[in-house]
Structures are given as structure tokens and as C-alpha cells.
Design a protein around this ligand. Structure first.
Ligand SMILES: [Zn+2]
Length: 176
């Protein structure tokens, strides 16, 4: 078991879709999301960027279930209004994760070989994203699933230890 991060999965064409996907063990997934949360927690400036970080922080296997947090890039809450900026932001988050941004707050050392390779594959998937692939109802759907006490509606609180954005499950780094 593990988690798969795919650009856009289409079950009629599954093998083709999975060719460039990122496939990670459950433990590596937790570390991969940890370092993205640490980096993005320090880089996000706008509301749509903070939403992206909350989306990632929700990928918490302690709450969602082991091996259930893979996602398709096209299903991230992309906002058409700020797409170019937000795509550049995501690429920055990945680049700075490779510079170990925020890693000094960790009480463990991620396996660099595995995490960096995962970041490289994820970077290619984010590169592929373009405006034509945005699903207009996706952002609204994701927001409508959030309860009124969700961080996206409460000023985007952060973890005091890790400086990461919280999801409704709390800090992904503290808990996964
Ligand atoms: Zn934390």
C-alpha cells in the first residue's frame, strides 16, 4: 500500500496516467507532505496560497487513513484568478523544501534521498498544470466541504512549533 499523486487520473487510460505519477510509501508520504508544509508555511502570502497549504495539511494519514491521501494535481483548489502566481508559488514551495526551509524545527531528519526524489517528481507534475486544466467547480466544492470552524474560514492559524498552516486536523507535521 502507499499513496499515488497523479496529474489527472482517468480510469480508461490508467496505465498511461500513472506513468509519470509519484508513488510513495505511507511513511515517505508523511515526510513528503511534512516538508511541503514547512516550506509553504513560510512562503504563502495570499489567501489562495494559504488555501493550497491547508489542502496539503489535510493530507494527514493519522486522520484520513493510512494510504488514502494521494491526490490528482488537477483536483487541488486552484483559483483561476491567481493561477500563474499560485503555480509559481507551488514551484517555490518545492524548491525551498529542497533547500530544507523550516527543517530546523523538526526533531527528526527526513531521508533526503527519498524526499528529494519525491519533490522532483512532484515538481514535474505541478509544471504540467495549466489554466485549461482548472476545474471551475473544484475550489468551490472544496470550500463548501469546510465547516465554519475550518482554518480556511478562521484566518489561517499556524502551528507555533512548525510555522505551518493548520488544517481541521491540526498541524500535519505535529501529527503525521
Ligand atoms: Zn506543528
Amino acid at each position: 500500500m502507499g499513496n499515488i499523486f497523479c496529474f489527472k487520473f482517468d480510469k480508461d487510460n490508467g496505465a498511461e496516467c500513472l506513468k509519470d505519477a509519484l508513488s510513495l510509501s505511507n511513511i515517505s508520504t508523511a515526510k513528503f507532505i511534512n516538508v511541503l508544509c514547512l516550506s509553504g508555511g513560510r512562503l504563502a502570502k495570499t489567501e489562495s496560497q494559504k488555501r493550497m497549504m491547508v489542502f496539503l495539511a489535510e493530507k494527514n494519514q493519522n486522520f484520513c487513513g493510512i494510504g488514502t491521501v494521494g491526490f490528482n494535481i488537477v483536483n487541488m483548489p486552484w483559483d483561476r484568478e491567481n493561477f500563474d502566481e499560485d503555480k509559481a508559488f507551488m514551484l517555490d514551495v518545492i524548491r525551498c523544501a529542497k533547500d530544507k526551509l523550516g527543517w530546523e524545527t523538526l526533531d527528526f531528519q527526513p531521508n533526503e534521498e527519498i524526499v528529494f526524489e519525491a519533490l522532483n517528481v512532484f515538481e514535474k507534475l505541478i509544471h504540467r498544470m495549466n489554466k485549461d486544466e482548472i476545474r471551475d467547480n473544484r475550489l468551490q466544492e472544496w470550500l463548501s466541504e469546510a465547516k465554519e470552524n475550518d482554518p480556511v474560514y478562521c484566518g489561517f492559524p499556524k502551528c507555533r512549533i512548525h510555522d505551518t498552516y493548520l488544517s481541521l486536523f491540526g498541524c500535519q507535521v505535529c501529527t503525521d
